[in-house]
Write a protein of this length. Structure first.
Length: 204
């Protein structure tokens, strides 16, 4: 009997483009997710079942281009593949939809409040986080949770994410020598986790 494996017919992460060649609009679109990633690497140093991607394509359909959030978190996946790490995030290989997607809004909107929100809901991404540093009258940080296939706004700062076991929020701080408002992870008591710089100073 012939054994048919449909996954064998799909392109692998090595065969798919690992960039959409769209430049970020400002440094913060990389630095803000980068800070969240380095804090996770400290908080979850012993865990090998998570991945945080930055400006990386999420392939969900072999016939469609990748969706590229500024940052995303996936749980229940291998933390490392090999020395080359992941080239992209391919759902038919990972078999796990990311649990959180992050968009850092630039001065030019790129569908963060419309098309991207619809795409992430369709994929089943549980949490959608939007940070808009240019807002003055509306909340700069918005956290949405997928409930019955619709994103519902979660009030608070920080917002506790029970399925992740962390909170996410914003406050003033210094990272890479830059004093400004940053996004951080928080514990259940609402205390934020330290950055590598802060942790090093505390240890001295």
């Amino acid at each position: 009997m012939l054994n048919y494996d449909p996954l064998a017919c799909l392109p692998s992460s090595e065969e798919l483009p690992d960039s959409d060649d769209t430049p970020v609009d400002n440094e913060l679109q990389n630095i803000i997710p980068g800070l969240l990633k380095v804090i996770l690497a400290m908080v979850w140093a012993e865990r090998m079942d998570w991945f945080f991607g930055i400006d990386m394509g999420i392939y969900h359909d072999p016939d469609l281009p990748a969706i590229v959030p500024d940052g995303f978190l996936s749980l229940g996946v291998e933390r490392f593949y090999d020395q080359n790490l992941r080239l992209s995030y391919v759902l038919w290989e990972e078999k796990r939809v990311p649990i959180l997607a992050l968009e850092v809004v630039s001065q030019t909107y790129r569908g963060e409040y419309s098309t991207k929100k619809v795409e992430y809901a369709r994929l089943g991404i549980l949490y959608y986080v939007v940070y808009n540093l240019f807002r003055r009258r509306k909340p700069r940080l918005e956290v949405y949770k997928l409930v019955n296939n619709v994103y519902e706004f979660q009030d608070g700062n920080p917002v506790w994410l029970p399925e992740i076991g962390l909170g996410i929020g914003m406050e003033q701080g210094t990272y890479l020598g830059i004093p400004r408002e940053w996004l951080y992870w928080y514990n259940r008591q609402g205390q934020r986790f330290l950055t590598p710089e802060e942790d090093k100073k505390l240890a001295q």
